[in-house]
Design a protein around this ligand. Structure first.
Ligand code: PHE
Length: 502
C-alpha cells in the first residue's frame, strides 16, 4: 500500500480534478501549494508511477505595458478609426487626432497601419482622412484581448492565425515571447486506481523536536525521509568569487606540500624584476611593450652596494661565475626604474638574497602586470603561481616531480615537460598539461634551475628549483571558460551559476 504525504496527495487530487493532466503552474494555482512543494511531490508521484512527468519546451507570450494599454484603449489605428467614424467618415487629420486624444508621437504609426489595413486613406492637400471600409476586428486585436485576459499564454495552444498575429504584435514590440520548459503531470492508470480505492495519509513527522526526544516518542514516530538530491528553489547566498576560490585552493595546496608563502610589493625596481635575474638591460621583454614603467616616481632604491656591484659585473663580464656575461655597460639608472612587476620571480629572488640556507620551500600566488592587448586569452593584469625549492642536492627531476604533485591536486594529471628558454634558468622547461575538454596541450608554467649568474651575486651556494605560471589558465580549465575576461567581468548571473564547491 502506497502511503502519500499530504502535499503528494493534494497534488494528485488536483491533477485529477483538472481532468487528469495539468502543468505545474496550473496545479500551483488551483491547489494553493508552493511551487517547490508541487515539484517535490511530482518527483515522488512519478517515481511511484502514479503520474507521468512530461517536459515540453513552450513559447510563452505576455503583453508588455504598451500592449496592455492598447488592450484597454485599442490599437492606435483603432483609436483613430473610431474618431474618424464619429466625425462622419471624412475629416481633417488634425480633428481626427484631437478627437481621438491620441498622443502625437503615435500618429504616424497609426496612419501607417490605417493604410496597411486598408481602413482609411489620406486625401488632398489639406490632409483629409477618409474611411474606406468597415474596420473589422483584426486577428491582432483578438489576440491582444486573449493575452490581456489570460496573462502568460502558451502560444502553441493557439490557432495558427493567432500565432501569426502574435508574431506580428511581437514585431510591433507589444508582446514578449519567452521560451520555457513546461512540466505537465499526467495521471496514470495506477494513480487513478489509487484515488478510487481511497488514499491513505502517511503520519510522518518532518521535525525532530526536543519533546519527541525527551518523551521517547521518537521511537514510535515515523520520521520523514529527505531526498537531498531533489531540486529546491534557487538560492543566491553570498559567496567567494570563483577566481578567489581558486587562489585560495592554490595556497592550500602549497601549504599542504610544506611551502611557506611570501609576498612582495606590486611596484618593484627593474633591479629585482630583471637585473637580478640576469636579464640584460637591452632585453626586448623590458621594453615598453610588455612592462608598465612608472612615470612618477620614476626611480626606486637599490639594495646594498655589494649585491648591486656583483650583479653589474656579472652582466658586464660574468664576474666570478665562469660566464662571459652579456658584454655591455651596465647602468644603475636603468636598474632603479620603477615598474609594475611583470612576474613574481622578482619576489623570489629578493627573498633568496636574504635567505640562503637550505632547506627552503616558499611560494607566492600574486598579481602581476603586463602590457598586453586585452583578448579572450590575455589580460594586462593576472595572477601568477610561483614556487621555489632550495636544497643541497635537488635536481630537475625533483622539480618535475614537485610540479606533477602540485598540478595533480588541481585535477591536472597529464603533464609533460617541454624544453624552453628563460634568461635566468638552465636547464629551462615549460610544463604542458593536456586538457580533455579542449583536446589540446596547454602551457601551464615556466620552470628551471637558477643559473650561476643569478645565484652567485646573491651568495647562494645550493641548487634552486623554480617555477611560475598563470593561475587564470587553471581557473579557465576548472570553470570551463573559453574567455579569460569572464573571470574579471563580474557578471552576476555567471557568479551565481558557478557552484560554491567545484
Ligand atoms: N617568471 C617566468 C614567467 O613569468 C616563469 C618562471 C619562473 C620560469 C621561474 C622559470 C623559473 O613566465
Amino acid at each position: 500500500m502506497i502511503e502519500l504525504r499530504e502535499n503528494e496527495q493534494r497534488t494528485l487530487m488536483t491533477i485529477s480534478s483538472l481532468g487528469g493532466k495539468a502543468d505545474v503552474d496550473q496545479i500551483v494555482r488551483t491547489s494553493g501549494l508552493a511551487h517547490a512543494s508541487v515539484m517535490r511531490a511530482s518527483l515522488r508521484l512519478s517515481k511511484e508511477k502514479l503520474v507521468k512527468v512530461i517536459e515540453q519546451k513552450r513559447a510563452i507570450a505576455t503583453l508588455n505595458d504598451e500592449g496592455k494599454a492598447y488592450a484597454r484603449k485599442g490599437l492606435p489605428e483603432r483609436q483613430l478609426m473610431k474618431s474618424l467614424i464619429k466625425l462622419g467618415g471624412k475629416a481633417r487629420i488634425g480633428r481626427v487626432v484631437a478627437n481621438a486624444k491620441l498622443e502625437n508621437q503615435l500618429v504616424p504609426i497609426a496612419l501607417g497601419w490605417l493604410r496597411q489595413k486598408g481602413w482609411a486613406r489620406m486625401e488632398g492637400q489639406d490632409r483629409t482622412l477618409k474611411a474606406l471600409k468597415e474596420p473589422k476586428k483584426g486577428k491582432d486585436e483578438i489576440v491582444l484581448k486573449i493575452l490581456a485576459e489570460n496573462g502568460a499564454t502558451i502560444t502553441e495552444e493557439l490557432k495558427k492565425e493567432e500565432q501569426e498575429a502574435i508574431a506580428a504584435l511581437r514585431k510591433r514590440k507589444l508582446v514578449e515571447v519567452e521560451k520555457k520548459t513546461l512540466r505537465i503531470l499526467e495521471l496514470q492508470a495506477k494513480g487513478r486506481k489509487l484515488i478510487k480505492k481511497g488514499l491513505k495519509l502517511a503520519k510522518e513527522v518532518s521535525q525532530l523536536t526536543p519533546k519527541l526526544i525527551i518523551t521517547g516518542k521518537w521511537r514510535k514516530t515515523k520520521l520523514r525521509k529527505f531526498d537531498v538530491t531533489a531540486p529546491g528553489p534557487p538560492m543566491n547566498p553570498g559567496k567567494i568569487h570563483p577566481l578567489q576560490q581558486i587562489i585560495e585552493r592554490a595556497r592550500e595546496i602549497f601549504l599542504a606540500m610544506g611551502f611557506t608563502e611570501i609576498r612582495g610589493p606590486l611596484i618593484e625596481t627593474a633591479f629585482w624584476n630583471f637585473d637580478a635575474l640576469f636579464q640584460p638591460q637591452d632585453h626586448p621583454a623590458r621594453e615598453m611593450m610588455d612592462t608598465f614603467y612608472l612615470s612618477n616616481p620614476k626611480a626606486g632604491k637599490l639594495p646594498e652596494k655589494k649585491v648591486v656591484n656583483a650583479v653589474a659585473k656579472t652582466h658586464e663580464n660574468g664576474w666570478i661565475t665562469g660566464s662571459k656575461g652579456w658584454g655591455y655597460n651596465w647602468k644603475t639608472q636603468e636598474a632603479r626604474r620603477l615598474l609594475l612587476r611583470t612576474h613574481t620571480t622578482a619576489e623570489t629572488i629578493k627573498y633568496l638574497s636574504k635567505n640562503k640556507n637550505p632547506p627552503i620551500k616558499v611560494f607566492s600566488v600574486d598579481r602581476v602586470y603586463r602590457n598586453e592587448q586585452l583578448t579572450y586569452k590575455h589580460t594586462a593584469e593576472f595572477y601568477q603561481i610561483e614556487g621555489i625549492v632550495v636544497d643541497k642536492a635537488v635536481t630537475l627531476c625533483d622539480l618535475m616531480g614537485t610540479l606533477k604533485a602540485f598540478y595533480s591536486r588541481f585535477g591536472l594529471r597529464k603533464v609533460q615537460f617541454w624544453p624552453c628558454y628563460f634568461p635566468y634558468t638552465e636547464p629551462s622547461a615549460q610544463a604542458m598539461v593536456y586538457v580533455p575538454r579542449l583536446q589540446h596541450w596547454m602551457e601551464l608554467c615556466g620552470m628551471g634551475m637558477f643559473r650561476p649568474e643569478v645565484l652567485s651575486p646573491m651568495g647562494i651556494e645550493y641548487p634552486v628549483l623554480a617555477w611560475g605560471g598563470g593561475l587564470e589558465r587553471i581557473a579557465m580549465v576548472e570553470l570551463g571558460l573559453n574567455d579569460i575576461r569572464q573571470l574579471y567581468g563580474n557578471s552576476l548571473s555567471w557568479i551565481r551559476r558557478t557552484p560554491l564547491c567545484q
